[in-house]
Design a protein around this ligand. Structure first.
Ligand code: EPZ
Length: 417
């Protein structure tokens, strides 16, 4: 397993280009299961999770060429089972459930199981599929779903679930009749998926709001479409500028997807301006401590909580960070404390008292966004930081050490000792 080695203290300067959004590309790739013929998707990021999704699609008989642009043809779809081997490495594989039942009338998908940040149940996906008329049973750790043809219905999600909304939007697109989804998630990645499905011929209204209406059609056709930029990658680099007192231009991001973060970063004293070339982000000598509460979009994203915690460890004062989306998303706190951070966990809140500086240390990545927060901490810390289990970061950040060293960071990847 590779390591990442950072010598901290360099101010980040220059410009960084943001890749396509992992959490938009995954459902969009899987939406090709609903069509027969060649789809072409642009701005797909080159990440481990994308490779895993390609492997999953190929195991179902789907043809795939390239990464970006990526061409996908599901005409030869001949298998409706997503195996545990594949699903256990990427929970988002549950997104094959809706499309397979809609296109083939059946699906057998391994339950994804939990991960470091929480139990991650999929009960809301399953209940909504049953609401659409599927017969669903759980056997040997697999979800088995069958339906001659799904029937439209009004469905209420107890919790706004991102992949739950995406799974059922794809299933309902080929159902008979109209489906109303209520209390849906409103993330930009859902809007991107709805745009692609609409281009395929689906009839969808309301994506991006808490009510989505889908009028089922008999057939969807292959399309050419773009993946939106990754707001979480962009936010991570913006925080990196704040932590190193740097001055960088974020190119290719959509600032409208980052409003909650931009507001918070301005409260810390950073200067952020939206220009025609991109988002100009300038760190401030003194960092004001701010409170953070993660919420479904458009609230502060849980996927930037770990990165903000790293930032607040060197704030001037006290910051209370409350995680309301996942039950165990403070794994990075212990590793930050090994770098000298002063953090006290109280239930789903972390109280972070700023310290003058962090000290480099050997730290271990536990999940994707935790590893990003430890890299940020290493950039700001005095001395050497060595991050192990780097495979976590490769799931969601394209060439992070190349992009950071192009900004002046002293960072490199090394093979495991
Ligand atoms: C998506 O996960 C993202 N993944 C996550 O990004 C992100 O953190 C999360 O949304 C929240 O924004 C992808 O899009 C591939 P949820 P998802 O269903 O859909 C509970 C990253 O780092 N819930 O919106 O799995 C759940 O436990 C990843 O890129 C149920 O109880 O998240 C959580 O508490 C991490 N039952 C809450 O809802 C269900 O059936 C929100 O989860 C489904 C969800």
């Amino acid at each position: 397993m590779d390591r990442i080695i950072i010598y901290g203290g360099e101010k980040l300067q220059g410009e960084v280009f943001i890749s396509g959004a992992k959490n938009a590309a995954l459902p969009i790739m899987l939406s090709s299961l609903l069509t027969e013929g060649w789809n072409t998707f642009h701005n797909v990021p080159d990440l481990m999770d994308i490779k895993t999704t390609q492997k999953l699609l190929r195991s179902l008989g789907v043809e795939i060429e390239g990464v970006s642009p990526m061409r996908i043809n599901a005409r030869g779809l001949n298998n409706c089972e997503a195996s545990y081997e594949l699903v256990k490495t990427m929970r988002a594989s549950i997104l094959v459930l809706g499309p397979l039942v809609a296109r083939m009338g059946m699906a057998r998908v391994s339950l994804p199981g939990g991960c470091a940040i929480g139990a991650r149940p999929v009960n809301l996906h399953i209940k909504a599929l049953e609401d659409l008329g599927a017969k669903v049973s759980l056997k040997d750790g697999y979800v088995e779903a069958k339906a001659k043809r799904l029937k439209g219905k009004t469905i209420y999600f107890d919790i706004p679930t991102v992949t739950g909304t995406e799974n059922i939007m794809m299933a309902a697109a080929l159902a008979k009749g109209t489906t109303q989804l209520k209390n849906t998630a409103k993330e930009p990645e859902i809007v991107n998926l709805a745009e692609v499905l609409t281009a395929m011929g689906a009839k969808i209204q309301g994506a991006g709001t808490d009510t989505i209406v889908i009028e089922g059609v008999d057939r969807l056709n292959p399309v050419e479409a773009d993946v939106i930029p990754d707001r979480i990658e962009a936010g991570t680099y913006m925080i990196a500028a704040g932590m190193t007192g740097g001055n960088i231009l974020i190119k290719g991001a959509n600032p409208y997807h980052l409003e909650s973060l931009i507001t918070k970063l301005r409260d810390t004293g950073m200067e952020i301006s939206i220009t025609s070339e991109g988002i100009r982000v300038i760190g401030n000598k003194t960092i004001n401590s701010v409170d953070i509460k993660t919420l479904p979009y458009p609230g502060f994203p849980t996927d930037l909580q770990a990165q903000m915690m790293a930032f607040m460890t060197i704030g001037r004062g006290l910051s209370v960070i409350t995680e309301t989306v996942f039950e165990n998303r403070f794994m990075h706190a212990g590793e930050l404390m090994r770098m000298g951070a002063d953090i006290r966990i109280q239930g789903n809140s972390a109280v972070v008292r700023g310290v003058p500086t962090l000290k480099g240390a050997q730290v271990m990545a536990t999940d994707l966004r935790a590893s990003a927060s430890l890299i940020l901490a290493g950039l700001a810390a005095e001395g050497k930081t060595e991050l192990s289990r780097v495979y976590h970061i490769d799931r969601g950040y394209q060439e992070i050490e190349k992009k950071l060293s192009a900004l002046g960071a002293d960072i490199k990847r090394a093979p495991a000792k």
